[in-house]
Design a protein around this ligand. Structure first.
Ligand code: 5GP
Ligand code: ZN
Length: 114
């Protein structure tokens, strides 16, 4: 998608602090971190929102969760705990329309969200 900032990060056209990459996904530090660790895990393929997932593309979400858990282990907060969040559309607070999983850790997080 030509005008998608996360597709531009995948293409290397916008710089990002990449923490993990394979053929399917990219993980990078959020520009405006809300916790000591705030990483975004995204599929390399453009999928605008969770609503656009199909039976064919859905497995990448499981892979993103697996990558998130590995990041939590690497940063040594897996046992204490952390949060993964995927915001969908306006009421969910989505601002970038390329599916992404927030990985927030390194501090206690309150619940429920606002
Ligand atoms: P959303 O609100 O869509 O769930 O989350 C979008 C996230 O992307 C926000 O946390 C925001 O800080 C982050 N973000 C937006 N633009 C950029 C960017 O150009 N680079 C990086 N690294 N993060 C971004
Ligand atoms: Zn995109």
């Amino acid at each position: 998608m030509a005008d998608c900032i996360f597709c531009k990060i995948v293409a290397g056209e916008i710089p990002a602090k990449v923490v993990f990459e394979d053929d399917q996904v990219l993980a990078f530090e959020d520009l405006n971190p809300q916790a000591p660790t705030h990483v975004l895990v995204i599929p390399k393929q453009h999928i605008a929102t969770l609503n656009e997932l199909t039976a064919e593309t859905a497995p990448v979400i499981g892979h993103m969760a697996h990558v998130a858990a590995q990041i939590a282990r690497d940063r040594e907060f897996a046992e204490n705990g952390y949060r993964t969040v995927m915001n969908c559309n306006q009421d969910g607070g989505q601002t970038v329309y390329h599916v992404h999983m927030h990985v927030l850790g390194g501090r206690a997080l309150s619940w429920p969200p606002g």
